[in-house]
Write a protein that binds this ligand. Structure first.
Ligand code: NAP
Length: 484
């Protein structure tokens, strides 16, 4: 399939070049080739996008929920009909294998369908005050223009997870996609236009100057909400900047997920689950299993089986259907992954498969298993963001919980056990926003996705997802007088 990319900025319903004419290249991480040059928004273009979002806000908020729902539903249908085009675009700019890109398109599209169904269900409440002196009316209103900043690892889904609930709630927005993956976002803008999203309601501004373009927007009193998905370090800076306007923020930040295999687990299922939790997106996922904690009685069997399965992967260009693992996004990411492995080995860990940077083009790193990793090793403390599975052992449930919680992150935990009591104890003691039991995948558009501790603030998806885009307004009404 040959792809035709929209490569300009999408502002106020118009496709237009950057005000200073600048463009920047988008690279294929499998071979370094330039896929396209896209418009590079300037701070002035950012201001134009905010003006457009602000101008469209009142009318969009007043648009009937049913109409908003039907536009979202049409967007779902168009993304689904153009799934191959989206998948190929994602694979080319981000590197993941085509089958995984297709899975992302399906997942990303589902947010459009889910929130099309939520738009007409926004509701409030009416109650009598406890002393019966007044009546309490509680309304929900759209928060107003939003700024969305998204990462490169799920170029479609991270955008739809924000744009769909915002549209459903009646909010306009500006999307600043990651500089490494702007093409999918531009293709999605085209879909929204086709689906009937009015001019200015969604604006898309790729840029290479993330801070210079978004900083003034975050400082503007026209913006009402910032939703960011990305690293904890950048999220912290953005929270600080948002403080000046007391801007509402949602933060989907980094993770350091423990994957716990108890002695009563179905071991074959646990190995399959670990593969998915570790290798989905080549390990470049905030929910990737970062630390594999295995009960000492089954550790050897588990690590032998995981080593064998990890070693069977086929690296290559994501468009080649034989490929099961694509490249990492860039050199810096691969160098960091390799440094973590080299350091862990120096600390005393043993590599059972992988562990060396291959020769040749592209930013490839092989699926790698490490055993006997000392608990002080840096690889257990930082987000690896690559296909490396460090295994450590434990001897009791309490030790597993303590190890799992020994991190500043709290996005997701995975556990394999057949014990229901233990499952409930884990749900109540693990410091996490999400817990997967006997599964290596928790993401679901119908579920609230998000973390605790330094993994973030707020939830995306589920019934909770739309709350991020609604203000609560309370109206106190004097109770009725007695009939005359
Ligand atoms: P990142 O470096 O934090 O970048 C994320 C986005 O923020 C990009 O669009 C980036 O633009 C932009 N950005 C960077 N510095 C900025 C600044 N000073 N002001 C405004 N925007 C700025 O993260 P990443 O490397 O792309 O993504 C990986 C991280 O995302 C990981 O930590 C991962 O765990 C996290 N993540 C979290 C979730 C979740 O739901 N919790 C989901 C996916 C990923 P540029 O592209 O121009 O740098």
């Amino acid at each position: 399939m040959s792809l035709t990319f929209r490569t300009d900025l999408f502002i106020g319903g118009q496709w237009r070049p950057a005000s200073n004419g600048a463009r920047f290249p988008v690279l294929d991480p499998a071979n370094g080739e330039v896929i396209e040059q896209v418009a590079d928004a300037s701070p002035e273009d950012g201001q134009d996008a905010l003006r457009a979002a602000d101008a469209a806000q009142r009318e969009w908020a007043a648009t009937a929920p049913r109409v908003r729902a039907e536009i979202l539903r049409r967007a779902f249908e168009i993304v689904t009909a153009r799934a191959d085009e989206f998948a190929e675009t994602i694979t080319r700019e981000m590197g993941k294998p085509l089958a995984e890109a297709r899975a992302e398109v399906k997942y990303g599209a589902e947010f459009l369908r889910w929130f099309s169904e939520e738009a007409p269900r926004i509701s409030g409440r009416y109650s009598t005050a406890p002393d019966a002196g007044s009546r309490l009316l509680v309304l929900r209103r759209p928060v107003g223009p939003c700024l969305f900043i998204t990462p490169w690892n799920f170029p479609l889904a991270m955008a739809t997870r924000k744009i769909a609930p915002a549209l459903a709630a009646g909010c306009t927005s500006i999307l600043k996609p990651a500089a490494q993956t702007p093409l999918t976002a531009l293709l999605f803008a085209e879909v929204l236009q086709q689906a009937g999203v009015p001019a200015g309601v969604v604006n898309v501004i790729p840029t290479q100057q993330a801070g210079a373009v978004t900083g003034p927007l975050i400082g503007s009193d026209k913006l009402r909400k910032l939703s960011f998905t990305g690293s904890t370090a950048v999220g912290k800076q953005l929270i600080k900047s948002a403080a000046d306007q007391v801007l509402r923020v949602s933060m989907e930040l980094g993770g350091n997920a423990p994957f716990i295999v108890f002695e009563d687990a179905d071991l074959d299922a646990a190995v399959e689950g670990a593969l998915v939790a570790k290798l989905r997106n080549g390990g470049e996922a905030c929910v990737a299993a970062n630390r594999i904690l295995v009960h000492e009685s089954v550790a050897e069997r588990f690590s032998t089986a995981l080593t064998e399965r990890m070693g069977k992967n086929v690296a290559g260009h994501g468009l080649d259907t034989r490929t099961t693992i694509g490249p990492l996004i860039d050199k810096g990411t691969r160098d960091k992954v390799n440094d973590l492995v080299v350091e862990a080995v120096a600390d005393g860990a043993t590599v059972t498969v992988g562990g060396t940077v291959p020769d040749g083009e592209g930013w490839f790193y092989p699926p790698t298993v490490l055993v006997d990793v000392p608990s002080t090793s840096r690889i257990l403390k930082e987000e690896i963001f690559g296909p490396v599975a460090p295994i450590i052992t434990f001897s009791s449930e309490q030790e597993a919980v303590d190890l799992a919680n020994a991190t500043e992150y709290g996005l997701v935990c995975f556990a394999y056990t057949r014990d229901l009591d233990r499952t409930l104890r884990l749900a109540e003691s693990l410091e996490t926003g999400m817990l997967g039991i006997n599964t290596g995948i928790v993401s679901n558009p119908a579920a609230p996705f998000g973390g605790v501790k330094q993994s973030g603030i707020g939830r995306e998806g589920g019934f909770e997802g739309i709350d991020e885009y609604l203000e609560t307004v309370y109206v106190g009404i004097a109770g009725p007088s007695a009939p005359k």
